[in-house]
Design a protein around this ligand. Structure first.
Ligand code: DOR
Ligand code: ZN
Length: 345
């Protein structure tokens, strides 16, 4: 008899949907399996006001199934108005605010240079229970790219959390054992998302045997021992760790370039990959905590009442190598091994 597992419908706690033709082409890949997703605001121009978030939400709803719920975020800048943030959260327009250190990643030019300039916003967020979602990398040119997450914890995140002790913070897409240890050591107003791809690849996958642009993302994948720390955190069931794909589509010509964009597109096959990872870790029973329970717990939302079922097949699951969009083709993340867990609705 084939093996199967039924879990509450998952959410994606960190997702890039883009806009226009790309949005229309890739949004259904997420809406097919996920009930809700935290939508990243790094559009060009970014989503900085509650009016921007309202308009972007409408554009998402126009291209997704009726039961998909986008949970909107605002892009924190040094000009962000604390009152607008609080009103947007109270009005149910946004679920969180995203902090990009300026220059850290794709479309982060409007991000924060001087963190003290956003203290009034952080203070208002702490008072009103609004989560801060951090792209946790420093951008100083003298800091090695593989050390930027660990240095961010010491130099930026910990001082902010000391100053605003009630602030709810999510360290997004963590990539290091240092981040896992930091989260485990802190009170429950700190949590972390872990991506699908960081559970699968280490830096060798990007660089050995020729450079693999579709494995390049930010924060960049680290050594194997860090990947193992992420897997152990994810499969542990610990409520402070939950799934955010960071699925970040770029067209193939933007990825396969002399200066390729950062981002792995995992929306299409992410649940099959996660089931594989959790089964390998003998922790399938904890998959639902990671995908469906821990995130709502942190955000104070109900667990989805409907379910999805994954069935393990004898033959590999087929999925498209690329999603063809009107903006161009987007390559689907290749985990490097066959997948046997198939999502059945
Ligand atoms: O790899 C990434 N891609 N990391 C990010 O932080 C941003 C994202 C994107 O927007 O493409
Ligand atoms: Zn992201």
């Amino acid at each position: 008899m084939s093996q199967s597992i039924t879990i509450p419908r998952p959410d994606d706690w960190h997702l890039h949907l883009r806009d226009g033709a790309m949005l229309a082409g890739i949004a259904p890949e997420t809406a097919r399996h996920f009930a809700r997703a935290i939508i990243m605001p790094n559009l060009v121009p970014p989503v900085v006001t509650s009016a921007d978030a309202t308009a972007y939400r409408e554009r998402i709803l126009a291209v997704t199934s009726a039961d998909f719920i986008p949970l909107m975020t605002l892009y924190l800048t040094e000009d962000t108005d604390p009152a607008d943030v609080v009103a947007a959260h109270k009005g149910g327009i946004i679920s969180a605010v995203k902090l990009y250190p300026a220059g850290a990643t794709t479309n982060s030019a409007s991000g924060v240079v001087n963190f003290e300039n956003v203290y009034p916003v952080l203070e208002a967020m702490a008072e009103n229970g609004i989560p801060l979602l951090c792209h946790g990398e420093v951008t100083d040119s003298e800091i090695d790219i593989f050390d930027r997450e660990a240095v961010f914890i010491d130099r930026v995140l910990d001082p902010i959390r000391q100053k605003f002790q009630g602030l709810k913070v999510v360290m997004e897409h963590i990539t290091t054992a240092d981040a896992v240890a930091y989260v485990q050591d802190q009170p429950e107003n700190l949590a972390a998302t872990i991506t699908t791809h960081h559970l699968v690849i280490n830096r060798n996958h990007i660089l050995v045997g020729g450079i693999k642009p579709h494995y390049y993302c930010l924060p960049v994948a680290k050594r194997e021992r860090h990947r193992q720390a992420l897997v152990n955190a994810a499969i542990s069931g610990d409520k402070r760790f939950f799934h955010g794909t960071d699925s970040a589509p770029h067209t193939d010509d933007a990825k396969e370039s002399a200066c390729g964009c950062a981002g792995c597109f995992t929306a299409t096959n992410t649940l099959s990959i996660l089931a594989h990872v959790f089964e390998n870790g003998s922790a399938l029973q904890n998959l639902e905590r990671f995908t469906s329970r821990n995130g709502p717990g942190f955000y104070g939302l109900p667990v989805n009442s409907d379910t999805i079922t994954l069935v393990k097949s004898d033959s590999p699951v087929e999925y498209p190598a690329k999603i063809e969009t009107d903006a161009g083709p987007v390559t689907v993340f290749d985990p490097g091994f066959p997948l046997f867990w198939r999502v059945v609705q």
